[in-house]
Design a protein around this ligand. Structure first.
Ligand code: ADP
Length: 398
């Protein structure tokens, strides 16, 4: 079965076409600057690269470009869209009513719309993509895979904040967590690598990319995660603060900042960028730190310290674990950062093997020393494949 995976972001459309269950990638495409000047689409298929450069005013027009590229005679992988058997959509926020990947119907679309309030940059384009794909692809199964779904197993003691309970009842204010597709995928792969049933494996998964989050995973189920009501909570990220005293917001409001300015400050101008002042890309910061920049070094140290702190917290949540798993652009590639995070944790049973760590870049591997009680794993994430697997599973069951 050919499964199309769509990820409609605020100004981009990423897509991949898989042959399932073989998991072969038949095409991979990206449309950038949707709704902006200078839109462009690129699709790669087994050695062929196709490009389209013309205005793409909205996601509906974007999906027309996807259709054109997938079926182009000079290198598109399909003769017609009728060869697509199912379509999987990445959706960010499914709130409390979605606990797994589900076949899309009118009610599900209403849920995505309802939670647009909590994910204003993501759910609206996700929903537009869903509606356009239904129009374009007809009656085939369409499946939604939510970033929040994997974390719906988190218990109330972990997902409620110390706020008046009434706010939970009135506004559903609670921790939801994100990156669930990635945490679930690497947790499954980690159990395979460890040669243990997932139901008997306890893990701390660290998704460290531009956005960063960690999860405590007990027996294949998320029991806590660092992101919260929104992706702002938890780790220090590329441009987001992560945890900080909310009274800072009240203080800055009194100093004349507006709510909108503080939103931008906390989400777009903080984190590595805000501390180092130059870049949110750890490659730049590693280079600057290597050349003697104290500020870059400080940003990297603060980033690593927060991850260490949550490893400690989640070791307590899980009462020890089988492995700590690193994924995402930073987790997969930055051996220096993994060393900063994992050094001097031997009393907790965590001992890194420096040579293995240095040798494991952009690929799966074990990086712990023989005496480490806890396995340390690097596992490249693959959210598109995870969505294709879920879509295939749900579509076949349907
Ligand atoms: P996103 O969260 O947008 O999907 P990624 O998972 O690709 O982002 O992660 C982006 C981060 O990964 C950036 O901070 C970047 O510096 C880092 N990164 C990507 N490749 C490397 C690399 N080869 N070495 C070190 N860091 C890398």
């Amino acid at each position: 079965m050919n499964v199309l995976v769509l990820n409609c972001g605020s100004s981009s459309i990423k897509y991949q076409l898989f042959d399932m269950p073989a998991e072969t990638v038949l095409a991979k495409g990206l449309i950038q600057r949707v709704g902006e000047a200078g839109s462009e689409a690129v699709q790669r298929t087994n050695g062929t690269e196709l490009r389209v450069e013309r205005p793409v005013p909205d996601h509906r027009a974007g999906l027309e470009v996807v259709k054109e590229l997938l079926t182009r005679e000079d290198g598109g992988p399909l003769r017609s869209l009728a060869e697509i058997g199912a379509c999987g959509h990445r959706v960010v926020h499914g709130g409390e009513r979605v606990t797994g990947s589900v076949r899309i119907d009118a009610e599900l679309q209403q849920i995505v719309d309802e939670y647009a309030d909590l994910a204003p940059l993501h759910n609206p384009p996700n929903l537009t993509g869903i509606r356009a794909a239904i129009e374009m692809l007809g009656a085939i199964p369409q499946v939604a895979c939510f970033d929040t779904a994997f974390h719906q197993s988190i218990p109330k003691t972990a997902y409620l904040y110390g706020l008046p309970y009434e706010l939970y009842e009135r506004f559903r204010i609670r921790k939801y967590g994100f990156h669930g597709t990635s945490h679930r995928y690497v947790a499954g792969r980690a159990a395979q690598l460890l040669g243990k049933p997932e139901a008997e494996t306890d893990l701390i998964t660290c998704h460290l990319g531009n956005g960063c989050s960690m999860a405590a995973v007990r027996g294949g189920k998320s029991v806590d995660t660092t992101m919260g009501l929104t992706p702002l909570e938890g780790l220090v990220m590329g441009t987001r603060t992560g945890d900080f005293d909310p009274a800072i917001v009240f203080y800055l409001l009194r100093k004349g900042y507006t709510g909108g300015e503080l939103d931008t400050l906390c989400n777009k101008k903080s984190g590595l960028l805000g501390i180092a002042g130059q870049s949110n890309d750890v490659r730049d910061l590693e280079e600057q730190a290597g050349a003697g920049s104290e500020q870059a070094r400080l940003a990297l140290d603060i980033f690593a310290y927060r991850v260490r702190k949550y490893i400690g917290a989640y070791l307590a949540v899980l009462n020890g674990c089988d492995a700590v798993v690193f994924t995402g652009g930073i987790g997969e590639n930055d051996a220096r950062m993994r060393e900063r995070i994992l050094c001097d944790l031997d009393a907790l049973g965590i001992v890194l093997d420096p040579a293995r760590n240095d040798a494991t870049v952009g690929t799966a591997g074990r990086i712990q020393a023989p005496e480490s009680r806890v396995a340390l794993l690097v596992i490249p994430t693959n959210e598109e494949l995870a969505i294709a697997q879920e879509t295939f599973r749900v579509a076949r069951g349907a």
